[in-house]
Every structure is written in C-alpha cells, then in structure tokens.
Write a protein that binds this ligand. Structure first.
Ligand SMILES: [Zn+2]
Ligand SMILES: [Zn+2]
Length: 80
C-alpha cells in the first residue's frame, strides 16, 4: 500500500469532507467518513518546516509556485 505522507488529502465521496494529514503517518492510516473509505486526492499540499522553532505551515489553497516562507529569519524547509 502507498505510504501516507504529510500533506496528503483525503476526500469523502459521500459528503465531500476533506482532511489533510498534518502529522507523519504510517501506511496504517485509513480515514473513513459516512461509513465509506475516504479517497486520496491527486493534490498533495506543500508543507514547510522551520528547523529553528519547529513551526510547520501547509498550503491550503492556491499555488505554492511563488511561495517562499521564512521563520526565525531563515527560509523554511519543504518537507512534503
Ligand atoms: Zn462524509
Ligand atoms: Zn521558526
């Protein structure tokens, strides 16, 4: 089974609810909604991490093409 990584988005085909993986997960993660397995979306949200304070940010809409997040006077590292 494909490994579930941070930033992966699952959508419920019944009610349309969407969830995003925000913590490192194992392949055991299998989110359900409305008694139905949620489907992984093709889009994976970009996640950035600050190596100094541990802050993490994720892009939730729009494009990360021109994104260049800084924290603690340093460039945040892309981790997903
Ligand atoms: Zn649902
Ligand atoms: Zn920071």
């Amino acid at each position: 089974m494909e490994r579930v990584t941070m930033g992966r988005v699952f959508k419920c085909p019944v009610c349309g609810a969407e969830v995003m993986v925000v913590g490192a997960a194992s392949e055991e993660l299998d989110p359900h909604c409305c008694n139905t397995p949620m489907l992984p979306k093709p889009r994976v949200h970009e996640v950035y991490h600050c190596t100094h304070c541990g802050a993490e940010v994720a892009v939730v809409s729009g494009s990360a093409e021109h994104l260049d997040p800084y924290c603690c006077n340093d460039r945040m590292r892309r981790i997903a």
